[in-house]
Design a protein around this ligand. Structure first.
Ligand SMILES: [Zn+2]
Length: 405
């Protein structure tokens, strides 16, 4: 009776992804026990006490990893941009497409026009594809509303997706994504509305865990970004930043100054900014899907990040314009083939480090006693298979909070 547990998974190989120094934190011939949705025991089966389990599952040598975490997505949006993708490939220029309402503002228009149930209906298959690959936690940003009503609608839909999909959802307010058409290019005026109107209302309604800003020449300046981060701090919300994707604006240094959870993209990260990130413990979120889709050639400075011990996460950046990617496994492959991460680094990037990028390292990201029993169980012989294959999904089953599904 002393060793009563809900469920036991035995005869497993376990990639705990703990920071133990061994590859994948691997345990051969392992066992995991759960109680109340949390991990009650993990280790070698030969060391396990005699559990009295409600259910005991023999995994026949399959691998268990932590449930995967996609820590940077924009997966709630209306419509898609396939028609403009086609127009570009038929030879039309970006200017021609923008002149006819294309680009991000077309997504803003479709997202504003969609009712809340319709937005939920359109976004559900994208989340379902991520969960079919073992994702148990996903971050979802707003940023296609650019007014309080639509930004709130997006964040409510993100919350509902989590409830219906049995996924932990971390919500990020990205009102400072771009300037809405009605602001007519008045960036400072729009930033004032984000800081003084949208952000305090979103925080008061409990709709967001964090605040993000697109800090770039086509987004918002260093000073405008700083104003939003000050407002976020005042509202008691964590911060993260789209930084150094297309040019170096010292956004990563600004993120570090504000104790940001993460700075994301970072293709143009400078060494001084990287040093600030290292000192502050800010996670670098790498988004190889956008790099691929935009056919970028400038790589983020991976060797510099390694040298400075900056933790590297990997995410899909699922969005309709620059990374219509709903496969975390393909993001792993891209991280290895395009950015030359090792498979161990890449898997840590969607587990242990991704949890840190969301401020939930005490709750998820590794298989340790006391954390949520979020598991991905795989029909593989080695964890490197998860980043090695292209377009192949070896998930055997997914466990979220100790339950199937
Ligand atoms: Zn993004």
């Amino acid at each position: 009776v002393g060793n009563q547990v809900d469920r036991v998974w035995r005869n497993a190989r376990i990639a705990t992804m703990g920071d133990s120094g061994t590859a994948y934190g691997a345990i051969e011939a392992g066992l995991i026990a759960s109680v109340g949705g949390k991990i009650a025991w993990v280790g070698r089966e030969s060391d396990a006490p005699d559990f009295n389990a409600g259910q005991s599952i023999d995994l026949a040598g399959r691998w268990i990893t932590p449930g995967l975490i996609d820590c940077h997505t924009h997966l709630v949006y209306g419509g898609n941009r396939a028609p403009e993708f086609e127009r570009r490939l038929n030879g039309e220029s970006y200017q021609q497409i923008a002149a006819t309402g294309g680009g991000i503002l077309s997504t803003v228009a479709s997202t504003r026009a969609a009712s809340e149930p319709e937005l939920l209906r359109q976004s559900t298959p994208r989340l379902a594809h991520l969960t079919s690959e073992g994702v148990t936690t996903v971050e979802i940003k707003s940023g296609y509303g650019l007014d309080l009503e639509t930004e709130s609608k997006m964040l409510r839909v993100a919350g509902d997706l989590g409830k219906y999909g049995n996924v932990r959802v971390s919500r990020t307010f990205l009102g400072a994504h771009t300037v809405p058409p009605e602001a007519a290019g008045d960036r400072d005026g729009y930033i004032a509305s984000v800081c003084d109107h949208q952000l305090p209302a979103i925080a008061a309604d409990g709709l967001a865990d964090a605040v993000d800003v697109f800090c770039d020449t086509v987004g918002f300046s260093y000073q405008q970004t700083r104003r939003v981060l000050v407002a976020a701090r005042r509202a008691g919300l964590a911060v993260k930043l789209h930084a150094e994707q297309l040019s170096d604006q010292s956004g990563a240094a600004l993120a570090a100054e504000f104790g940001a959870l993460s700075a994301d993209h970072l293709e143009h990260l400078s060494e001084p900014s990287a040093q600030r990130m290292a000192t502050a413990g800010t996670v670098a979120v790498l988004l190889p899907g956008a790099f691929y889709y935009l056919q970028e050639t400038r790589l983020p400075p991976i060797d510099l990040m390694r040298r400075l011990n900056i933790p590297m996460a990997v995410a899909t950046d699922c969005n309709p314009g620059t990374s219509p990617l709903t496969s975390i496994l393909l993001a792993l492959n891209f991280a290895c083939t395009l950015f030359r991460l090792t498979p161990d680094e890449a898997l840590a990037g969607v587990t242990r480090v991704a949890a840190r990028a969301l401020g939930i390292a005490g709750l998820a990201g590794t298989l340790e006693v006391g954390k949520a029993c979020d598991l991905a169980i795989w029909d593989i012989e080695h964890p490197a298979e998860l980043s090695y294959a292209i377009g192949f999904n070896p998930l055997y089953c997914r466990i979220a909070g100790g339950c199937d599904g």
